[in-house]
Design a protein around this ligand. Structure first.
Ligand code: GUN
Length: 307
């Protein structure tokens, strides 16, 4: 369990004693069971199973591995999923045509175009081509707008997964200071928007490469979200004792002692930060499994209107 202290209280020995390691793998497994229950009910009511189409271009091993994970999780929860794989040389026009036909196909509930796309394709043009009603990534500007104004609808998987981790781990957000390091469209910006919504009520700061004295800003956070893509960037000096530290990073660092030649590490120096944090997510096994779990929730929403 977490420290008995309040993250808003000044750093003292008393609030550095116990750290809760947030088990994203276990929380994601619970969410998959919840989704599977809803899918079962939906099918028992005589409807077809929710259906997701994933569009993958090229053979990037990381993308292929993410997509396999998505398909596995869909199968486990009763969602029909299929990956449509094309060469990295597919033209933008052909990709847009494929998306248009998926938009028009009433047997398809959710469409996900795996990123990154090859350089010759305009990513924004492709993301805008996906019907907002089938946009399980929540990357279409219409859905991003709904998120910003707090309307119900799709939520981007990684930030939504982080909100679930905070909620299910008992991290108080109301009135707390949240600092997001990173301003990407996929994580940083939507994360900040979710944290500031009514009912969540955090006071939010977004840091980036031009932020002056980033370590001091980070140290002011009760909730610190690291999403910069730099291995072990967040060190103990940047963390307020008792803070909730969420690590979105998944970096490959060369390690000749391993068979595969690298090790995976997050954006947080886990060994240094864990002893002073109130809560911390590990890498792997923290945010990563939540991203797929929330994609399943979005696919369920696309098919049923339920969350
Ligand atoms: N590539 C890395 N993360 C994501 C994601 O959340 N969605 C898609 N479509 N591609 C990604």
């Amino acid at each position: 369990m977490r420290s008995a202290s309040d993250p808003l209280s000044p750093p003292t020995a008393a609030n550095t004693s116990v750290t809760q390691i947030i088990d994203g793998k276990a929380i994601a497994a619970t969410i998959r069971l919840e989704v599977a229950d809803h899918v079962r009910e939906h099918v028992a009511a005589g409807r077809r199973a929710p259906s997701l189409k994933v569009v993958l271009l090229g053979e990037d091993p990381a993308s292929a591995s993410y997509v396999r994970g998505k398909n596995r999780a869909c199968a486990e929860t009763g969602i029909d999923s299929e990956t449509l794989t094309y060469g990295a040389d597919l033209s933008e026009a052909d990709l847009l045509q494929i998306i248009r036909s998926l938009n028009e196909d009433a047997s398809v509930d959710g469409i996900l175009v795996q990123l990154p796309l090859p350089d010759h394709i305009d990513e924004q043009k492709v993301l805008r081509a996906v019907s907002p009603a089938k946009d399980v990534d929540c990357f279409h500007p219409e859905n991003v707008g709904r998120l910003v104004i707090g309307e119900p609808g799709f939520r981007p998987a990684t930030p939504a997964g982080i909100m679930e981790l905070l909620k299910r781990s008992g991290v108080e957000t109301r009135g707390r200071s949240a600092v997001v390091i990173g301003r990407s469209n996929i994580v940083g910006k939507p994360m900040a928007n979710l944290l500031v919504q009514k009912g969540i009520d955090a006071t939010v700061t977004v840091c980036h490469s031009r932020t002056v004295d980033l370590p001091a800003v980070a140290r002011s956070a009760d909730i610190l979200i690291a999403a910069i893509g730099r291995a072990e960037f967040v060190t103990a000096e940047m963390v307020k004792p008792g803070a909730a530290v969420i690590d979105v990073g998944m970096n490959r660092v060369g390690d000749p002692s391993r068979d595969r030649g690298y090790r995976l590490c997050g954006d947080v120096d886990f060994e240094g930060v864990a002893p002073i944090a109130g809560w911390i997510t590990p890498v792997p096994g923290g945010v990563g499994p939540m991203t797929i779990a929330m994609l399943l929730k979005n696919t369920l929403f696309a098919a049923t209107g339920l969350f």
